[in-house]
Design a protein around this ligand. Structure first.
Ligand code: NAP
Length: 288
């Protein structure tokens, strides 16, 4: 069985690469953007005709949340048109599409974890284009799993964890926003959950009625300040860390104040046990 992974050099793509060796029955085809540009339908068709994948994991995305505000066309092309292209080519090849979406499709005004059925209302261009990507998939190909995740970090690429460690090496004092609440997600845990979905499907433990949207992050919740504090605690880094309100750290994109995701659906459907975010953070720090 072949799983084709787009955006293979991103955080999730590299996390999938790092665990791929443990799944002996699966042939992974890892396509970085240079090997497969998802904004070109013809390019997608060519690559799919070569590999004929049973599954496609779309780890490709435009993820620069603030930059998207000044590059809306580019964000739309990758996050919405790219997702639509993949849905179309998956339909042509009867390939199951596993697509990754985001907590930033929500406006963050709820006071309980978001369910898959809650109404999206993105506050910025990134979230809007990711929502348009979800909608394009839903309109074009029913054999899909859309996995919404949040606050992804890893030993790969650029992310909050690595930024905090870099800044701590450069400064004695750091201020981090304490009024945005969400849940960090170790990209390795996300990657393993995606392969569990494939395994469950192949073992015929799920049916067609299980296609659709699922939430996945680590367990628990925290603010960005709490996340930074835990990083420094676990690494025994001594730094003067100050909590600040979002208002004191203006960014081009407005972010949801609360975007904790309810994971009941994915846990029950695919029998996935999810680690607490602090436990997974420790595992990632051990890899760095
Ligand atoms: N990072 C987060 O905090 C976060 C939170 C919630 C949801 N998500 C979602 O999780 C998924 C994975 O995120 P990530 O953090 O792994 O992203 P990432 O590290 O930014 O990687 C994205 C990858 O997409 C590739 N890409 C960009 N344009 C492309 C195109 N036209 N065709 C093919 N590939 C293209 C990039 O390749 P180049 O580098 O060559 O351009 C990059 O390797 C995304 O869907 C993202 O929206 C992420």
């Amino acid at each position: 069985m072949v799983i084709l992974v787009t955006g293979a050099n991103g955080q999730l793509g590299q996390a999938l690469q790092s665990i791929s060796g443990t799944y002996l029955g699966i042939d992974f085809v890892f396509c970085p953007s240079s090997a497969l540009d998802i904004t070109s339908l013809e390019h997608c068709q060519l690559v799919f005709s070569t590999y004929r994948p049973s599954f496609c994991i779309n780890a490709a995305a435009y993820t620069a949340v603030d930059k998207a505000e000044s590059e809306p066309e580019k964000a739309h092309l990758i996050n919405a048109v790219g997702a639509e292209n993949l849905a179309k080519v998956c339909k042509e090849n009867d390939t199951i599409l596993i697509h990754i979406s985001t907590d930033f499709i929500f406006d963050g005004t709820l006071n309980r974890p978001y369910l898959e059925t809650d109404l999206p209302n993105p506050t910025g261009v990134y979230g809007l284009t990711k929502l348009q990507g979800e909608q394009a998939i839903q309109a074009n190909w029913e054999k899909h799993y859309i996995i919404r995740t949040s606050w992804v970090y890893s030993q790969y690429g650029t992310n909050f964890l690595k930024t905090m460690l870099r800044l701590a090496a450069e400064r004695d004092q750091l201020s981090v926003v304490s009024d945005q609440i969400g849940t960090p997600t170790n990209a390795i845990d996300l990657a393993e959950a995606l392969i569990k979905i494939v395994d469950y499907y192949n073992a015929e433990l799920v049916s067609a009625s299980n296609y659709g949207i699922y939430n996945f992050s680590n367990e628990g919740y925290c603010s960005w300040y709490d996340f930074a504090n835990e990083i420094f605690l676990q690494k025994a880094i001594s730094i003067d860390l100050k909590p600040i309100p979002t208002l004191a750290y203006p960014t081009p994109a407005k972010r949801p104040a609360y975007s904790v995701l309810d994971k009941s659906k994915i846990k029950h459907t695919f029998n996935i046990a999810i680690k607490e975010w602090q436990t997974s953070l420790a595992e990632c720090l051990n890899q760095l």
